[in-house]
Design a protein around this ligand. Structure first.
Ligand code: NAD
Length: 284
């Protein structure tokens, strides 16, 4: 691959957030037919990216996201694929590169929960969550790094050779009783992200994570769909509102753009302060 120049600090006058900072940078978002993945795909498109919309099963919803992106004047395709399966991830990336020539941005977002107290948790519940949330992020990150290295730096398009954004969670630091498989997967994602960031920084590949708090999506409907549940939830959120998928979309645009060019190996918490031990606000 092209070796990055030794010292290329940005000129001070550079304007970072142009209206379309991701123009010419094809992106792939896993699990993009709903929730956070959908919002990230749309936000990247608004910022100029063409987008591969990966989905597991709901082709109709994925097609709707593709249609919205095309209305923005960007290119988009929907590609079905299970991120926990090596052959399907390889096929997903092959289709992406065939459609758009390369990828500059990969958002490993697909995830799920299979909740149970540990003493009743089945091995299948454990393996399903680790398989999608952790192994799936490994498989997609590996495919992304391979494609970025194959292409090499394209300085006319971005200061980085490529950007990987892992979807972590506040549960990379907050333990979660009854959800040990999910918390373990997100703790694993955090160390996967940091280790990979350290490994590929010399190739100018940036690897970061977003750690969302409570975001209004299908995965946690029970936590916000009644006023009582929402009031309980907001006790955990100092900023006193639930997060919207667009809050995460904006963070993804920044992490994918050259505005964050010196940021790698970090988790950006988008959580309204949920990870700030809110119960200590009035005592401790
Ligand atoms: P969601 O259920 O709407 O989205 C998850 C998506 O992943 C779905 O579209 C689903 O079809 C897809 N998916 C599941 N298994 C897949 C597989 N094997 N292959 C490909 N796609 C698969 O929920 P969401 O809240 O948008 O979740 C997105 C990510 O955000 C997840 O990684 C989740 O852990 C994380 N997250 C969500 C919250 C929140 O409050 N909503 C908080 C922290 C982290």
């Amino acid at each position: 691959m092209n070796q990055p120049p030794a010292n290329t600090n940005p000129p001070a006058e550079r304007q970072w957030l142009t209206p379309d900072p991701l123009r010419g940078q094809p992106a792939l978002v896993t699990g993009a037919s709903s929730g956070i993945g959908r919002a990230v795909a749309l936000a990247l498109a608004r910022a100029g990216a063409d987008v591969v919309v990966n989905y597991a099963a709901n082709a109709e919803a994925a097609d709707a996201v593709v249609a919205e992106i095309r209305q923005l004047g960007r290119r988009a395709i929907a590609v079905q694929g299970d991120v926990a399966r090596e052959d399907e991830v390889q096929a997903l990336f092959a289709q992406a590169v065939e459609a758009f020539g390369t990828l500059h941005i990969v958002v490993c977002n697909a995830g799920l929960q299979r909740d149970a107290p540990l003493h009743t948790m089945t091995l299948e519940q454990w393996n399903t969550v680790i398989g999608v949330n952790l192994t799936g992020q490994f498989l997609c990150a590996r495919a992304a790094v391979r494609e970025f290295m194959r292409r090499g730096l394209d300085a006319a398009v971005s200061r980085a050779t490529g950007k990987i954004i892992h979807m972590g969670s506040v549960h990379e630091v907050i333990p979660w009783a009854g959800h040990a498989n999910y918390a373990a997967s997100k703790g694993g994602v955090a160390m996967l992200m940091k280790s990979l960031a350290q490994e590929v920084a010399p190739q100018r590949i940036r690897v970061n994570a977003i750690a969302p708090g409570a975001i209004r999506t299908p995965i946690n409907r029970a936590a916000w769909q009644t006023p009582e549940a929402l009031a309980e939830l907001l006790k955990l959120v100092p900023y006193q509102r639930i997060g919207e998928p667009e809050d995460v979309g904006q963070a993804a645009v920044w992490l994918a753009s050259d505005a964050s060019d010196y940021v790698t190996g970090t988790s950006l918490f988008v959580d309204g302060g949920m990870a700030l031990y809110p119960e200590f606000a009035h005592g401790g």
